[in-house]
Write a protein that binds this ligand. Structure first.
Ligand code: ADP
Length: 726
């Protein structure tokens, strides 16, 4: 059998060796026992001879000298040689055999000295038992032969010296030897059993050794640091990896406690760990810092458990420790990089927010007054011009929104308002916006669709327009002058509608199609005269996906392109416009009109004028205005209006501070506040809504939304805050 130190498989060689060692030890120990026994027996013989000299041997007279000399000389002759051999060759086979013979001769001498007293025959039996201590049954053979010869010879010639009578029957010798043989049988069995036990002990010891060696090897050669600590936290055992990790030698560590090499701040958590384990926790895993011998601080992931004795009493702590300094370093670097990126992102968001505000404020005036003019019965020519102003304003607004969208998508913050959208209407509005551009480039913009206002898809209206506008714009701007762009549609299976934009432009090479929706990748168009950013299609794809639709393209270089958008169809909803109209009608019913005082706090004159004019025709509404925050607060306290419209960028106190002060005072806390701001970022909206605003409207204002929110926002404690982004 081969030895496997890890599995603890037993080595037969090792078991043999252990067995042999044990046997040799038994031989030597028994030899030394006989060394003493021999000398004692010799002495006892002399004493006995001296004592016996007063008596006569049976039937004969004896001389004192004869007995004593016999004990002294014969006893000496029998004992000295084996004692000498024991001294010189302890444990040897020959020594054992000499001892066996001598011991039995000594029995014979003793029997002879006592004149064959039957009691001294027991010395023979005792001697055989002593010889069996060797666990070598073969030594019983010469011993038995000596006893047999002694009895037969002396029984025949000097029976008195062995049986105490002058005439002894021959059977007595046979009987004596027979008892000796009987005892030998028992002793041989006992020896063989002992040998068997010794072998099994050797096997078990060898197995235990192998398993211990395996455990030691695992401990020593483990690729992680391992340490055994006493309950006083002193290192009892450490492996090589742990020593390398903390830079101390095995001996140095054994003279230290774990706390002595622990980073100061982690000492208390370490004590907590020990307490938890002693309180019964199975294992405790934590990251902690050690101080390396060189003074450097290293991070380690440490798992500790408690080792108990067989009675369950806590004995030692075992640690399985791993150096995670590198991981901690890269985590820290990652965190720092993320913080940097967050800061940069924050700066970008703030920049975008500010920029969007700066651009949205003048747009508010353009679109707001444009919409007002549209409502004042303009002539047809004026209406067309107003529409151009409004559509251009909206286009510009879209551009601003696109920049904001990119940042929102990057931040995963895109907010959509999915609702049933009339595809016919959206298509019409988008195509209207496109026609001037198509006309400019003498592109034939043909619409091969019969969609009416009753066909609805589930989408965000603004986002759908944005997507279509981008596809139409691309088709028109990339198709050479005089080309053709066709807009068509088909109903697809599973309740979806596909809008298709086909152009006769240059087409897109197959190998570039996969890069089409990659942000900022213009597929080489950057070297052409066609302006663009490379963001439109990337935005389209993300927006359409977010609305639950798909977008695709098929194109061949030189043969034009076909882009399509597929969106889920939905049932026609109740007309929101009808709701608004009914709301307006209610407002116009003079007799039931409730009177409302509205305070508008805004520093921008054009915005102020716009709201004034928008509310001028509203029945029952009285508008008071303030161009500064403090003044607005004073007016609020003085008049306790029914509603406050609040701009955020005020010259003295920021709008959010005005809101906070209104919320703080008992008298003004119940007045609903609608924030009107050009800052359309989700963060800002969220912040103001949390601060207590009832609604948030973004500039440029959508008039329908404005009227609805103003009419619905009442001083009700159960009113749900609302946010409407243009
Ligand atoms: P851009 O601002 O450059 O138009 P887009 O994301 O809208 O960005 O489009 C990405 C690129 O795809 C364009 O730069 C152009 O090379 C190509 N492309 C888009 N639409 C068409 C089209 N209808 N015909 C040919 N090429 C197109």
């Amino acid at each position: 059998m081969t030895e496997n130190p890890i599995s603890g498989e037993v080595s037969a060689d090792r078991a043999d060796k252990l067995f042999q060692q044990h046997l040799n030890e038994t031989y030597r120990n028994t030899d030394h026992l006989f060394e003493k026994v021999m000398l004692l027996q010799w002495l006892a013989c002399i004493i006995l001879a001296l004592m016996m000299s007063a008596h006569t041997w049976v039937g004969e007279s004896g001389q004192i000298g004869t007995h004593v000399w016999a004990a002294l000389v014969l006893g000496g002759a029998i004992s000295v040689f084996p004692v000498w051999m024991i001294r010189v060759w302890p444990g040897r086979t020959c020594t054992r055999y000499v001892v066996a013979v001598a011991q039995m001769l000594m029995s014979g001498l003793l029997i002879g000295l006592t004149g064959g007293r039957i009691e001294t025959h027991f010395h023979v039996f005792g001697s055989l038992v002593l010889l069996s201590f060797y666990r070598d049954w073969r030594v019983l053979i010469p011993a038995t032969i000596v006893v047999a010869l002694d009895h037969f010879v002396r029984g025949a010639f000097w029976p008195a010296t062995v049986y105490g009578v002058s005439n002894a029957a021959t059977w007595r010798s046979f009987e004596h030897v027979g008892w000796v043989v009987f005892e030998n049988v028992l002793l041989v069995i006992s020896c063989l059993r002992s040998i068997e036990e010794m072998r099994s002990v050797a096997n078990r010891t060898a197995a235990l050794e192998a398993s211990e060696r395996g455990a030691r090897l695992i401990f020593e050669q483990a690729p992680i640091g391992m340490a055994v600590l006493g309950l006083d936290e002193k290192f009892a055992q450490v492996n090589t990896r742990f020593c390398q990790m903390v830079g101390y030698s095995d001996q140095e560590l054994r003279q230290r406690t774990a706390e002595e090499i622990t980073f100061a701040e982690d000492i208390e958590p370490g004590r907590q760990c020990a307490r938890s384990l002693l309180d019964g926790m199975a294992r405790y895993t934590s990251d902690k810092r050690y101080v390396h011998n060189s003074g450097r601080v290293l991070w380690a992931s440490r798992t500790a458990c408690l080792m108990r004795d067989l009675d369950g009493k806590p004995e030692q702590f075992l640690l399985m420790v791993e150096d995670i300094s590198d991981r901690k370093k890269s985590e820290r670097e990652l965190r720092e990089a993320k913080d940097d990126a967050d800061r940069a992102n924050q700066a970008k968001s703030e920049f975008l927010s500010r920029m969007s505000h700066e651009l949205r404020t003048p747009l508010n005036a353009i679109l707001g007054f444009g919409q007002l003019l549209e409502r004042q019965n303009p002539t047809d020519a004026q209406r067309t011009r107003i529409r151009y102003i409004i559509s251009a304003g909206r286009h510009l607004l879209n551009l601003i929104n696109e920049v904001l969208d990119i940042s929102r998508i990057e931040a995963g913050n895109l907010q959509l308002s999915l609702e049933p959208v009339s595809v016919g209407e959206v298509l019409q509005e988008t195509l209207d916006l496109m026609r001037p551009l198509a006309a400019d480039r003498t592109i034939d913009l043909s619409v091969m669709t019969s969609l009416d206002s009753s066909c609805y898809v589930l989408a965000d209206r603004q986002r759908l327009k944005q997507v279509l506008l981008n596809l139409f714009t691309n088709a028109v701007k990339y198709t050479p002058i005089g080309g053709k762009v066709t807009v068509s549609d088909i109903f697809c299976g599973e309740g979806a509608l596909r809008l298709i934009v086909t152009d006769t432009g240059p087409g897109i090479p197959v190998d570039k199609l996969s890069r089409l929706f990659t942000p900022f990748d213009r597929l080489g168009a950057e070297s052409s005269s066609v302006e663009g950013t490379g963001l439109g299609l990337a935005l389209c794809q993300r927006l359409v996906h977010a609305m639950g639709g798909t977008v695709g393209v098929s194109s061949t270089a030189g043969n034009g392109s076909t882009f399509w958008v597929e969106l889920p169809l939905t049932q026609s909803p109740l007309e929101r416009l009808a709701e608004q109209m009914s709301g307006a009608q209610e407002r116009e019913q003079g007799g039931q009109v409730e009177r409302r005082q509205i305070l508008y706090i805004e520093d921008n004159l054009s915005n102020l004028t716009l709201i004034e004019q928008m509310l001028a025709d509203e029945p029952g509404v009285e508008l008071i205005t303030a161009m500064q925050g403090q003044m607005g607060l004073d007016l609020a306290r003085q008049h306790l209006p029914d509603l406050i419209l609040l701009d955020l960028h005020l010259p003295d106190i920021p709008g959010w501070e005005v809101l906070a002060r209104l919320q703080k005072e008992d008298a003004t806390r119940g007045i609903p506040v609608i924030v009107i701001s050009a800052d359309a970022t989700a963060r800002q909206i969220d912040r103001l809504m949390k601060a207590g605003a009832s609604a948030y409207l973004t500039k440029p204002l959508d008039m329908g939304e404005f009227y609805r929110v103003v009419s619905e926002t009442k001083a009700s404690p159960t009113a749900t805050p609302e946010c409407v982004a243009a």
